[in-house]
Design a binder for this molecule. Structure first.
Ligand SMILES: O=C(O)[C@H](O)[C@@H](O)[C@H](O)[C@H](O)COP(=O)(O)O
Length: 231
């Protein structure tokens, strides 16, 4: 489809307020329509302000399940943990009442962890109502890294997997990621990027040239991806 809607803001706090408002609205609508809301968020360094803003919005958080778009294969106590980032910034204030389903747990290896995640996450109230993606300047999103050894499988829209393992030299650690199909089925797909480097990287990914994972997601998305950007 290759459709996206570009929402530019003067600064991070204004972006955070707008994105949090959209996400809270979508979750409230989902709760009204089906009694529950399912949200998947990305980690990294960008989302902390957005998480803090969203955490203060008084919706029926006790009807919301939060999970991760992807996770590094590290315990929640690690500074690299996305679960740790979500616990410290999103599952606070009003949002502390939400149920959180992590991706990392002790396992012999990433493949074992991904397989048991697949079983554990079956019971979530799919499809996602909201997914918030991030993006690296290399054009990765979720843990769909350009150098992932199973990128074709990660980007297979027909995959029935929920969680897949990722080995990619550029990723730092082995990763666990939601499969593309789960992301694309979300009612609202947001991409949250900040800084000139990421705007340049995004524009580059939308142009001709080597196809980056973020482009594969936007092209495969059944509805426009809502891009939220601030300098
Ligand atoms: O685990 C992660 O790192 C994220 O889920 C990943 O997809 C992130 O969104 C991008 O890497 C951007 O990260 P920054 O926000 O740190 O630039």
């Amino acid at each position: 489809m290759n459709a996206y809607t570009w929402h530019a803001f003067a600064d991070g706090p204004q972006l955070a307020a707008a994105l949090a408002g959209h996400v809270a609205g979508r979750l409230t609508k989902a709760i009204a329509e089906r009694g529950t809301g399912l949200l998947a968020v990305s980690g990294g360094t960008t989302p902390a302000k957005f998480f803090a803003t969203l955490s203060k919005i008084p919706i029926a958080w006790d009807r919301v399940t939060v999970t991760l778009v992807d996770e590094r294969f590290v315990p929640a106590s690690s500074p690299r943990s996305n679960a740790g980032l979500v616990a410290a910034n999103l599952l606070q204030n009003a949002a502390a009442a939400a149920r959180f389903v992590p991706l990392y747990h002790e396992a012999a290896g990433i493949e074992t962890a991904a397989a048991s995640d697949d079983a554990a996450l079956q019971s979530l109230p799919w499809p996602l109502d909201v997914v918030v993606l991030g993006m690296g300047t290399d054009g990765h999103t979720a843990s769909f890294f350009p150098d992932a050894d199973n990128l074709a499988k990660l980007l297979d829209p027909s995959s029935t997997r929920i969680v897949l393992p990722v080995h990619a030299a550029s990723a730092g650690e082995p990763r666990l990621t939601l499969a593309l199909a789960r992301i694309l089925a979300a009612g609202f797909i947001a991409l949250h990027i900040e800084g000139e480097d990421k705007r340049t990287a995004f524009d580059g990914a939308m142009g001709p040239g080597a196809r980056k994972p973020i482009r594969a997601v936007i092209d495969a998305a059944p509805k426009a991806v809502e891009v939220f950007w601030a300098p």
